[in-house]
Design a protein. Structure first.
Length: 444
């Protein structure tokens, strides 16, 4: 048998021959199929529809949070407005986000009610009807690890090479992101040893969720190419800072950002929006902090929020209003989410909660200027400050009771989300024996 020819010697080997059809499971983890296409030199023919991208079908019974074995066929239909080439991929290939459809009782295709992307796009339609647009900036944090599982370096916040050994890798990743159409703002090492952050610039609500999925794929891919592992685990090391996903939100109507005023304070609409977020914060926690490990990040003194409060420039609060001097720059930062949250469901929940406050003119409490970690329980109680849920089970209980979020996300999705995550909690608490238990109880 003759040796296989190198890709570069194959006919059309230097062109884009494949497209990855992307979707996510109920956890927000990417899934997909790769389909061959007519070879193209760039993505332009794919984006224009001149070269068609085939639909795909997946077995929904094999993807958590989709269908039963008895009726499991799901159609993936590409959203060609999202097509992009995957940087540094060999063989060359593009990727495209898809919308999931199922066969209805009448035989027609209908959007799948358990599709996270469809749930967010339903919200986008409601916002469009109200002539409201939402812009979002995301700040995902992650760790670079050695093969041993130890942090790649011992650098901490805002370190440069040589203390920050991941700096060149971080910059290479940022270039890949730019090639994929994702613009970044700041890149720097974070509080934890080996921890990094890349801020994804403000963009529209729908694209922000897609961007985060592609962002994580590219971070993992670039790291693996250099023999490094990247992890978005919320709390990989007990003595280091956890990895968050701070969400900055702007609300635009009639060409104006309605959340802020020119004096650097929130507008009345901004106060209502914050009040809605605070009201629904316990239920949002089940979505923003969706894993067992998430709650080991939400502890004092690591700049992760533990209490339901807001303040101007206060990093100990759940909601921080960053410094701004022009109304159009105003943003509301929600600080509890971590990078394992499903971004489609997370952003749907945040905007739904804020709009509930806006629509019903909920009154926000007074902003907190003190360090919430340093206040006593009595001081917090005096100011009406309550704690975030401290376990996944407590957050799921709050989620079940939140009729506003349940209505927006859909009964079928919410029931399955609760069932799957409660099962994870029970696996951890009832069926797992941890190193902590061995160390604490073995010789008693």
């Amino acid at each position: 048998m003759s040796a296989r020819r190198p890709i570069s010697e194959n006919k059309d080997g230097d062109k884009i021959n494949f497209v990855e059809l992307l979707t996510v499971d109920i956890f927000g983890q990417p899934k997909g199929l790769t389909v061959p296409i007519s070879p193209v030199d760039s993505v332009e023919p794919l984006a224009s529809g001149a070269v068609p991208i085939p639909n795909g079908s997946i077995d929904g019974s094999s993807v958590r949070g989709l269908k039963q074995v008895s009726n499991s066929d799901i159609r993936l239909i590409p959203d060609i407005s999202t097509v992009t080439e995957l940087p540094a991929a060999s063989p060359r290939r593009a990727c495209v986000f898809t919308n999931m459809f199922r066969r209805s009782s009448t035989g027609d295709l209908e959007p799948h009610p358990l599709s996270s992307r469809s749930i967010l796009h339903n919200l986008l339609k409601q916002l469009a009807a109200r002539k409201i647009s939402v812009r979002v900036k995301l700040e995902p944090e992650f760790y670079y690890l050695q093969e041993t599982g130890e942090p790649l370096d011992r650098g901490k916040y805002a370190e440069l090479f040589p203390k920050n050994l991941g700096q060149d890798l971080l910059l290479e990743t940022a270039l890949d992101l730019r090639l994929a159409g994702i613009e970044t703002r700041w890149l720097h090492s974070e509080l934890g040893e080996g921890q990094q952050e890349i801020e994804i610039d403000f963009t529209d609500l729908g694209r922000a969720a897609d961007n985060l999925i592609l962002f994580k794929l590219l971070v993992h891919r670039c790291a693996a190419h250099h023999g490094v592992e990247a992890t978005f685990m919320p709390k990989p090391f007990p003595d280091q800072a956890g990895s968050g996903l701070h969400c900055h939100i702007q609300l635009w109507q009639d060409g104006k950002n309605i959340l802020g005023q020119s004096d650097g304070s929130l507008s009345s609409q901004g106060h209502y929006f914050v009040a809605g977020l605070l009201k629904h914060a316990p239920a949002i926690t089940a979505i923003a902090n969706s894993t067992i490990n998430s709650y080991k990040r939400l502890v004092p003194d690591f700049e992760a929020p533990t209490h339901i409060a807001w303040g101007y420039m206060n990093r100990s609060a759940l909601i921080r209003i960053p410094l701004f001097t022009e109304a159009e720059k105003a943003a509301v930062e929600f600080r509890s989410p971590d990078p394992l949250a499903n971004p489609y469901i997370l952003l749907t929940a945040l905007i739904t909660a804020g709009l509930d406050g806006l629509d019903h003119k909920h009154q926000s409490p007074q902003p907190i200027s003190e360090n919430l970690y340093k206040l006593s329980a009595r001081q917090r109680a005096k100011q009406g400050v309550k704690s975030l849920p401290q376990t996944l089970k407590a957050a799921l209980q709050a989620f079940q009771k939140d009729t506003i979020l349940q209505s927006q996300l859909g009964k079928e999705f919410c029931e399955l989300y609760h069932e799957i995550h409660l099962a994870e909690w029970e696996d951890y608490t009832l069926k797992s024996v941890t190193d902590f238990e061995w160390d604490r109880y073995l010789q008693r």
